[in-house]
Design a protein around this ligand. Structure first.
Ligand code: HEM
Length: 652
């Protein structure tokens, strides 16, 4: 028996079920299941299958246990199929997972609480944008932001209800921002620099009272290649002649591109000469250099037209009859006329209304990129394009200037003789016809942007330098006297100065260099960008990061100049009084992007300055203290000032 029981038991086990019970209990259990399961499992849909299986199992067991029934029946009451007393018996069973009927059954999910994720993200993004705007625009958008925050708060509290309060959300956002900022700063392998704050970067390190001094202090502390954060964007501050040389000369092809700014996109669509990049810039620059050379930059033809303009300028100053006057208008007119001659083939009278308007428009356009309005536009182009401000004035000036230039182009098209180009526009129209390279973009539209760039880069720079020259001569009369006596000795009073006189005028030439060095009109050259990861001074400059070249630092290098913060022509003279050339004197920058107008500017500076010194003695007004503080602009000029121009005895 035990043997048989054990075999049956094994058989049952192999079926997955083992019963230790008596047959009455099994029959009652069978009956119970047959009654209950249909009710319980109705919804599961497998009642019949289960029942069949259970009944089959039960009857198998009954059959298997049949020999025991006779023995057991004597001591137990007869089995009643309607009786449930079988349940009173204890029974045990074990089972295999694979035989379970309910494995597919899953508890239905509870009703989920849908989170408005998209809304939440949108709100978070909006808050970050508003926080940036608030930090930068300050008072300008303070009220707007306040109202926005209040209404956002009510919207948020409605959205979030009891779930999360607004303060909690703001704190959460700040923490999130801080963590992201720390991660960005710490994981960025950048040259050293002051630690940036979230959103505003190093604005506080740069400060507002003396931003230029701050850049120099940062360079002194962190070296010639350091990192600064303008807002949340890192950029490289490059200082020192050796770093400039390593980046812009030794790696000339790596550092030729300019980074993109929305303001440039809006003003010139990234075309023209100054802010363009890549193949198009290369072709436009090549053409500009060749054309300037063709029209005699560095040759007699151009020298003669500059000398003619010198006479117009001196005649106009003569009409002031030694009375106080502001030289700005006349000097700017004279310099602008040199570019007009090269580009349009004619000059304007100094009081020509159109000429004035053109200069005003150019002024508006070229002041914008470095003004606060320009910076705001670069950060929030969409928002700023809807708001009033000086950026809108500059955009309007560009729109006004375009028809003026289109009219010049139209006239040139009508009158030009392709075999005998008269000026830049004629040559460019020729190139439009000839050039097969569509990516070089020789188009009438690009011609307009190139002309704007030639005027913008070529007028204010040279006229600011000449105005500084007059101011320094008034401020340092002993220098003016020495220059005049050298000119009197070498050239005399009966002829105009010529470029060939340069070598015989070492003191005058040294003074012109010192004027450029001390005036230091271009603090930063327009930004550059590396087109691949590279190093300068052993420090990594990553591809695409903006590089800010601080030109000012080079012209005030105390290793190069004995008294860098004083006006001292001896910086460019040797012990024998001969002119001393210095490699690190780079007011026109260096490398492939250096000023293409350098030669023209040098001619203008020499001829205008010596002509003015030959014809006039410049003096201050009585009791007047002239300020040497420069204006902030693409190129920095002196503030408006008045002087006397006392005529000397010129006879030509
Ligand atoms: C005292 C006078 C001038 C100074 C100090 C000066 C200085 C500079 C400097 C520092 C640059 C930036 C170079 C760089 O990115 O590394 C530049 C660019 C430029 N300058 Fe001048 N410049 C003067 C006069 C002129 C004149 C007369 C012209 C007109 C032909 C001119 C046309 C340009 C142009 C078109 C560029 C842009 C070049 C480019 O991005 O490829 N500049 N100048």
């Amino acid at each position: 028996m035990p043997e048989v029981t054990s075999t049956r038991s094994d058989r049952l086990k192999s079926k997955g079920i083992m019963f230790l019970c008596n047959t009455t209990a099994i029959k009652d259990w069978s009956y119970f299941l047959s009654q209950i399961l249909p009710l319980v499992n109705k919804s599961a849909g497998f009642v019949h299958q289960s029942m069949d299986r259970v009944e089959a199992v039960t009857s198998t067991m009954v059959t298997a246990l049949e020999p025991d029934l006779s023995g057991l029946s004597a001591s137990h009451p007869p089995l009643n199929s309607n009786h449930t007393s079988g349940l009173e018996h204890v029974f045990q069973y074990s089972y295999s997972e694979s035989d379970l009927q309910y494995t597919d059954y899953k508890t239905p999910p509870r009703d989920s609480i849908p989170l408005p994720k998209a809304v939440l993200y949108l709100v978070m993004a909006a808050l970050v944008v508003v926080a940036v705007a608030y930090a930068i625009v300050g008072h300008l958008v303070k009220d707007l932001v306040h109202e926005f925050v209040v209404s956002m708060a009510s919207v948020l509290s409605q959205l979030m209800g009891q779930w999360m309060d607004v303060q909690g959300l703001l704190i959460f956002l700040c923490v999130l921002l801080l963590v992201k900022h720390l991660r960005d700063v710490l994981t960025n392998i950048m040259p050293p620099g002051p630690f940036p704050l979230p959103l505003i970067g190093n604005v506080l390190n740069i400060g507002f009272s003396d931003p230029l001094g701050s850049f120099q202090r940062i360079a002194e502390r962190y070296g010639d290649v350091s990192t600064l954060y303008l807002g949340n964007k890192p950029c490289i501050l490059l200082t020192g002649y050796e770093s400039f040389k390593e980046a812009f000369v030794e790696q000339a092809d790596v550092f030729t591109d300019r980074p993109y700014f929305p303001i440039v996109g809006k003003l010139s669509k990234g075309k023209g000469l100054i802010f363009s990049s890549g193949h198009m810039w290369r072709q436009q620059r090549r053409f500009a250099l060749a054309t300037l050379k063709y029209f005699g930059v560095g040759k007699k033809t151009l020298e003669n037209s500059i000398l003619q303009e010198c006479r117009f300028l001196c005649d106009s100053i003569q009409t002031e009859r030694g009375l106080p006057f502001n030289p700005q208008h006349l000097v700017t007119g004279a310099v602008a006329n040199i570019i007009c001659g090269l580009v349009f083939g004619h000059r304007f009278e100094y009081d020509d209304h159109k000429f004035h308007l053109m200069q005003e428009y150019l002024d508006d356009i070229f002041q914008l990129p470095i003004s606060n309005w320009g910076r705001l536009y670069n950060h929030f182009p969409t928002l700023m394009s809807m708001l009033p401000g000086k950026h809108q004035t500059a955009f309007a000036s560009m729109s006004e200037l375009q028809p003026f230039l289109q009219e010049e182009i139209r006239k040139h098209k009508e009158e030009r003789d392709p075999s005998n180009p008269r000026d830049y526009i004629d040559c460019y129209l020729d190139e439009i016809e000839k050039c097969k390279d569509s990516e070089a973009e020789f188009t009438e539209e690009n011609l307009i942007y190139c002309v704007v760039d030639l005027f913008g880069a070529g007028t204010e720079t040279t006229s600011n330098t000449l105005r500084w020259a007059l101011l320094f001569m008034v401020k340092y009369p002993e220098v003016q006297e020495k220059v005049q006596s050298e000119i009197d000795q070498v050239i005399g009073q009966t002829r105009q100065p010529l470029m060939d006189d340069r070598t015989n005028l070492p003191y005058t030439y040294a003074v012109i260099h010192e004027i450029q060095r001390f005036a230091n009109i271009i603090t930063f050259t327009p930004p550059r960008m590396a087109n691949k990861d590279t190093t300068v001074g052993g420090r990594l400059i990553s591809k695409g990061v903006m590089v800010l070249p601080l030109l000012k630092s080079i012209l005030q290098d105390k290793n190069e100049y004995s008294t860098p913060y004083e006006f001292n022509p001896a910086h460019f003279l040797d012990e024998n009084g001969k002119f001393l050339k210095k490699d690190s004197f780079i007011p026109f920058s260096i490398g492939k992007r250096m000023c293409p107008g350098e030669q023209l500017a040098r001619m203008e500076l020499f001829l205008f300055f010596t002509s003015l010194m030959q014809c006039f003695t410049f003096q201050p007004l009585e009791g007047q203290t002239l300020s040497l503080k420069g204006t902030i602009g693409v190129s920095s000029g002196p503030g408006p000032f008045q002087i006397h121009a006392v005529p000397r005895k010129c006879r030509f």
